[in-house]
Design a protein around this ligand. Structure first.
Ligand code: FES
Length: 105
């Protein structure tokens, strides 16, 4: 089991439980996390699964891939620790992960 905390722009925190093999986006959508729309279904084309990884977890989660990086560059809300949830494959090592959901303009 992998526990993940999603922190909304207003500071509210939602803990979800998932397992290895799902992406961060899939886990969020399955749990109905607000602000993770995943409009392209996970094909790295919409950026509506954007999350900002908590500083304590940046090294564990790792950097964006090349295609993801190109999409992230187009976002006004992009930060150094931004990732697209559909590109983050969950592993047991991510148990306790904290990510922030950016405000949608
Ligand atoms: S779901 Fe569209 S880019 Fe991640």
């Amino acid at each position: 089991m992998i526990a993940i905390d999603f922190v909304q722009p207003d500071g509210t925190r939602e803990k979800i439980f998932t397992r290895e093999g799902y992406t961060l986006m899939e886990a969020a959508v399955r749990s109905g996390v607000a602000g993770i729309l995943a409009e392209c279904g996970g094909s790295c084309a919409c950026a509506t699964c954007h999350v900002i990884v908590d500083p304590d977890w940046v090294e564990t989660v790792g950097p964006p891939n090349t295609m993801e990086e190109q999409l992230l560059e187009m976002l006004d809300t992009r930060q150094a620790a931004s990732r697209l949830g559909c590109q983050v494959k969950l592993k047991q090592a991510f148990d306790g992960l904290v990510v922030q959901v950016p405000a949608i303009d």
